[in-house]
Ligand binder design. Structure first.
Ligand code: THG
Length: 265
């Protein structure tokens, strides 16, 4: 089943940054609860932006959000110390978000996946940066799979993230990501994940773009996404696409969502 990861506990959002700074438990609990009630399978927690002590902030967030929801978390940081601080406090299987293919990152982050028996996202990005084409992304996906294997991490624990970029500044990037997801699935049978909302930066009516993009990605075989589960358009897109793609037996989930008022007519 498609994995929905709630994106809202991210310090790039003003309310979350303020709640983190003030150690406002009630505000964070509320965001966590809202996303669980909206059907999130997992919650992303990110406190990288403007943090003075990211490992401390991450530890606090992980305990608080799991205490409120009991959901598994996607621990989102480029900083291995913050990742480990979150992993130490996490109950059950966490998702490490993320490693890149830069040597220093691989050497510090892949062992964390092994030691904490966590799932891990590897981004298609290396010392040379982020490739713009499907071929470039595929080459790095292959490298991610090989490197994970060399570290004793099985394919079942891995997600490849082809890195979504705003179409407002690079118009071909939506299509290249869709093609990359399809190719990574068919060539390597590896799981794929995207941070959906990046696609619409700098444009109005972002949810319209996000939900249409998600529909296309689902058709290409995307396994998981970090997205705003509280948006009705997003939930409608997921339920409709799964029914239309034959992934919802007897359209049970679609009908259930319709009856509970979650489908936007
Ligand atoms: N891949 C992986 N992880 C990721 C991303 C990715 N983590 C971070 C990000 N991308 C996904 N999460 C978000 C969270 C919020 C927003 C976008 C992506 C967002 N926020 C509004 C903004 O900044 O304009 C918030 C405005 C506000 O409410 O203050 O759009 O690609 N692996």
């Amino acid at each position: 089943m498609f994995l929905k990861i709630g994106e809202r506990i991210n310090s790039s959002r003003k309310d979350i940054a303020a709640a983190l700074k003030a150690r406002d438990e009630a505000a964070i609990r509320k965001e966590a609860r809202l996303q669980k009630e909206a059907g999130a399978d997992m919650l992303d927690v990110n406190c990288a932006f403007n943090s003075k002590d990211e490992p401390a902030d991450m530890g606090w967030l992980v305990e608080l959000v799991q205490n409120e929801t009991g959901l598994p978390l996607s621990i989102d940081s480029p900083n291995p110390k913050a990742l480990e601080s979150g992993l130490r406090r996490h109950k059950g299987r966490a998702l490490i978000n993320s490693a890149t293919l830069e040597r220093s990152k691989l050497d510090s982050i892949l062992p964390l996946a092994k030691n904490y028996d966590a799932d891990i996202i590897i981004l298609t990005m290396d010392e040379k940066g982020m490739p713009s084409t499907e071929d470039g992304r595929l080459a790095l996906a292959k490298k991610a799979l090989d490197t994970a294997k060399a570290h004793g991490i099985r394919k079942e624990r891995l997600y490849i993230d082809p890195l979504v970029r705003p179409v407002s500044s690079e118009q071909r990037q939506g299509l290249e990501v869709i093609k990359s997801v399809r190719a990574i699935k068919s060539r390597f049978e590896a799981r794929t994940i995207c941070g959906l909302s990046n696609v619409s930066f700098g444009l109005p009516a972002r949810t319209a773009l996000n939900s249409v993009f998600l529909t296309m990605l689902l058709s290409a075989g995307l396994d998981a996404a970090i997205l705003d589960v509280s948006e009705k358009k997003i939930k409608t897109a997921i339920r409709a696409a799964e029914a239309l793609l034959g992934r919802d037996n007897f359209c049970t989930e679609y009908l259930k969502s319709y009856r509970s008022g979650e489908i936007e007519k």
